[in-house]
Design a protein around this ligand. Structure first.
Ligand SMILES: [Zn+2]
Length: 450
């Protein structure tokens, strides 16, 4: 029988059906309480989320601190900008019912306090328990809007694939340094949902840092100094460039990517901005004149940005001009080095938006980012609330289960959170809990023997 009779290719039927299903399950873009209610009802990973914040204290081991997670502050921002601070929960199910009931537009995580934050007033009256933060992940907040003076594609909260690599390089530098220079292992990177990234360092050593120690760590990463009007925002004075020697990484990022994607030398203004960073005025004006001349004459095959950068480098590194070699590195650092919101890192009681929240403006989920593959992360491809609801609708003919997220594009993110972050973290927590407990036991045995 010939294939082209009345027969229809089964593949075609499949496609048609799929299209119909997609059409009937599509959910208009948006962010509202109704959408959010479905998300909190069917997709939010309460179990994994709460397990993280217990840090192993939810087990049966006698060394567990049963009060630990209940002393953690959660803050909810409700639909009409009503803030509910100092919420606390003793179990995942308590957290789950509260979130489902209140449907917060934003969930923030605060520190672990000395006492249950929800009962802080009662404790204050009893007088013998001071209400102070005692533990908190070391956190970092990086916003693309802080890079407005070195990106030309977007400004403010806007971000595109030309400027997002600035965030990628920030993740790489910070992640490597936190691991190599500080020895931290349990680091969670999260997309903020719109214009930046958050970093949660969760090692117990990091969680126990004092405010002073946090400030010292933040300061270690501070190369980028000065305010809005400072001409030179980078100062790398001293014989050592910076404890973290990322010059090579930053320089190749600058040369291979940024130079072209941001067209750093494509206009007189942009050139001038870079020339202003050269402390020797004669050298700067020499380069300026050269670029003025060959702007009108030569039609070089080489990209203008690459050509001018090469000229600048050759001139500054020629050795003819003493003390200008470092200037090349300063320019690279100014344009590429991570710019941190210092205040967020310095204080234990700073609130930070929880992973798996939805950003109200973009509707995108605050998903974890794998630092080892962060160059593949595309903020414009992060699932939106409406996309997830559409996927849920499309899967609705299947049985409803606890793991609805497995049938949506949230699956990859939750699996990554669980296997790459949560499982190794909990293993470390368990080991530490046991060794601390055994040490205490040994100590009391010793004192008895005495
Ligand atoms: Zn951009």
């Amino acid at each position: 029988m010939g294939r082209d009779d009345e027969q229809v290719d089964p593949m075609e039927i499949d496609c048609q059906q799929k299209l119909q299903v997609e059409a009937s399950t599509a959910v208009p873009e948006g962010f509202n309480a109704d959408y959010l209610r479905v998300y909190y009802g069917k997709l939010f990973p309460y179990g994994d989320f709460f397990k993280w914040l217990c840090y192993g204290n939810d087990g049966k081991h006698p060394g567990c601190d049963q009060s630990y997670v209940g002393r953690r502050e959660f803050s909810f921002t409700l639909e009409n900008d009503i803030y509910l601070r100092f919420q606390s929960f003793d179990s995942a199910s308590e957290l789950e019912s509260s979130i489902k009931e209140k449907c917060p537009f934003k969930i923030d995580i605060g520190p672990v306090y000395s006492v249950d934050p929800a009962k802080r007033h009662a404790y204050a009256q009893s007088g013998n328990n001071v209400f102070v933060p005692v533990e908190r992940e070391l956190i970092f907040d990086i916003d693309i809007s802080d890079y407005d003076d070195v990106r030309y594609c977007c400004s403010g909260a806007d971000v595109c694939l030309d400027c997002w690599p600035l965030m990628t390089i920030a993740i790489k530098i910070l992640d490597t340094s936190l691991r190599d220079d500080f020895g931290f292992n349990h680091i969670l990177w999260v997309y903020s949902g719109r214009r930046g990234v958050h970093c949660w360092v969760c090692d117990s050593r990091a969680r126990k840092l004092s405010n002073e120690q946090r400030a010292a760590v933040a300061d270690y990463f501070r190369v980028y100094k000065g305010g809005e009007n400072a001409l030179k925002k980078v100062s790398l004075a001293g014989p050592v460039l910076h404890p973290c020697s990322y010059t090579d990484v930053l320089e190749s990022f600058f040369e291979d990517k940024l130079l072209l994607s941001q067209q750093l030398f494509a206009s007189e203004d942009r050139c001038q901005k870079i020339l202003d960073l050269i402390p020797d005025e004669n050298v700067a004006s020499e380069l300026h004149d050269k670029w003025q001349r060959n702007r009108s004459t030569s039609i070089s095959k080489e990209d203008v940005n690459a050509a001018r950068w090469k000229q600048l480098k050759t001139t500054l590194q020629s050795g003819k001009h003493k003390g200008l070699r470092r200037c090349v590195e300063e320019i690279v650092f100014l344009y590429t080095y991570p710019r941190l919101d210092m205040e967020v890192s310095k204080h234990m009681n700073h609130l930070l938006k929880a992973p798996f929240c939805i950003h109200p403006k973009t509707g995108r989920v605050c998903v974890p980012i794998d630092p080892n593959n962060c160059e593949d992360f595309d903020p414009t491809a992060v699932p939106t609330l409406s996309q997830l609801l559409g996927e849920l609708n499309a899967a609705s003919f299947q049985t409803d289960s606890e793991n609805n997220w497995e049938r949506t594009s949230l699956e990859k993110s939750i699996r990554f959170f669980r296997t790459s972050f949560l499982q190794p973290l909990l293993k470390a927590c368990k080991e530490e809990l046991e060794s601390t407990y055994n040490a205490k036991l040994q100590q009391s045995k010793n004192s008895l023997n005495w």
